[in-house]
Design a protein. Sequence first.
Length: 753
Amino acid sequence: MQKLAPYLDELNPIQRQAVACIEGPCMVIAGPGSGKTRVLTYRIAHMILSGIQPGQIMALTFTNKAAREMKDRIESKVGTQAQRVWAGTFHSIFARILRVEAHRIGYPNDFTIYDTDDTKSVISEIITQLNLDKKLYAPGIVRSRISSAKSNLITPKAYVANEELMAYDRMNRRPMIHVIYQKYVAKLMRSGAMDFDDLLLQMFRLLYQNPDNIREKYQRQFRYLLVDEFQDTNTLQYEIIKLLVMYQNSPNNICVVGDDAQSIYSFRGATIENILQFENDFPELQTFKLEQNYRSTQHIVEAANEVINHNKRQIQKKIWTDRPEGSKIKINKSMTETEEGKRVADTIIEQKNRYNLSNKDIAILYRTNGQSRVFEEQLRRYNIHYRIYGGFSFYSRKEVKDMMAYMRLTINDKDDEALKRIINYPRRAIGDTTVQQLSRLADDNNMSIWEVLTRIDINSRARKNIADFVELIKAFKSKAAHSNAYETAAYIYRNSGIEKLLKEDQTIEGKERIENIISLLDGIQEFVQDDELEHDEELPTDKSLTTYIQTVSLMTDADEKETNPDHVTLMSVHAAKGLEFKSVFVVGLEENIFPSYLAMTDNNEIDEERRLFYVAITRAEEHLCLSYANSRYQYGQVRYNDPSRFIEEISDKNIDSIISITQKPVFTEPKILGNFKKLGTPTPKLGIDPSQFVASDPTGIRPGMEVIHLKFGHGKVVDVDERLVATIVFNDLTEDKEKRIMLKFAKLQIVSE
């Protein structure tokens, strides 16, 4: 034991107790920044140095990176013995066992592992064989349904017997999913293949059916089981764990490490019940709470406690820190989402100058990936390097590029790359062979592909489909000639088939793709309605689709070879779990956004949204800014959302002051939940209801008139030039009072002449 002293001396008292508790069931509740990984790795090192054979230890993680880091840390303490510990993800460890034992449950030991594309291909083939509508039975939707069933231990036979599942499928006009599921399982079995869900399900079958006493074999081999991020386990994973640990006269040597307050993956099948009810399965459980936070300053830690205490179903704990108080939490209140993006960019520059922060010290966190657009645009304008983490840059996402390709082809039919991208999207039976033929004809005749389509008689079975495509693009061109950018883009979205295709995909990924397209359309609508001239008067000023494409192309033409590692990180809160930054901006904090509108009718889902917010704010080490906008474009309309209830749950003592925009709103401020005095003095109510506002005829506006603008307030027209650009001085602005506005696009109400 003397040998262990250096390890124990590096731990605080509660960490030391958790590390030393080797025998029996143990649960470590690890608050954010509390040294969870250190406790887990030191515990395994302690076990090995206490005489336990490394091969008797199984440590289950959720990422390969976490497993590698764990082994490396253990090896630094105990040497190469660490490599004999069975440390890895659930899938990798169970695949390793199944490679030896799969023949006992009817699979070859050299079974194939099917990835997502493989599984979709198999499902697609079955759908074709059953003569089902692939638009209704989209392979991605069916795959998601089957995956959910497997994760909840629902076999094809059990699926048919479950009236709730069957009724759900009938309601969604997919009554044959159970048949597809049955055929899918049979086909994989015949092919000697397992999908990723099978690596768990077949491991459960192996242990549960227990051929040749195989369960006892592995119970004897793995005398000690550790599970990292236990709050993220699903039903199937926990059932496997129990089969390995719970048996007659078992010492129940299991240690689970996690934090119920960071359980945020229910959409992937994770259930918080596993950690909340763990003691019911192991009554002799010893629980250790790691409550000291080494990451964040006091104001951030106190705010996190205040927020999470609103969740009733939780394991009680109080996170604390001995770090300095630090900066109080900033509240960034903006009028619009564009101003929110600008304010965040301004604050980033201020923090870099004042606190000597690098870009890499800063993160912008949002609820959904589609929210990145406005922040990307503002960071580009300020020439601040950034990187999208855990996803693509907004304009690099497939669905966005598909929509942009339709718009590019609409304004420029010679754009061959745009045409090739969408001629068969959504599918219209114009295959790759036909597209290659069209490209060759274009090259041979020195034409664009569009000219080939419209001038040359195509000898192809796809002739009618090509003709329909040509007519579709012509209709888009006609719409663009007489409509603004938003009207044209919305028309393209509805009539191209993209809207219908995306709405058929009810998976989490499918819903996110729709959100991204809606965000794109909202940005176009904002472009159309923003009637303030840019300072550069050489730029085009009309609101056509052509001008929009030119504008956004200039803004998104990033240097793909940029390798500067010093970048601001943009990511969803889900992707940020486990990371930390000196400065964090949590943005879009409005009701129906964060918390999501999908959670509004379910208290359990609101609790998960609150846990997600808890994860967001505890990523911050020194500086935390919470940001929201009074209004933003959603689904093509300006929506007025209340500030998120989560902001209200932070007490005044931890709030610094509101960082408000200089422009005063001219509409009645949205109703704020509860007592919201911490957000500072409410902005003046000027008595103008946007729904009652009626814009005057812009051709009747003359110098000397008093006018009202919904964004800038009351003003006086100083001048109107020959281009019908008005110079107006707005009384309600504290800075930059004089604005130059094109009357053609302005929405001004004449008050007096």
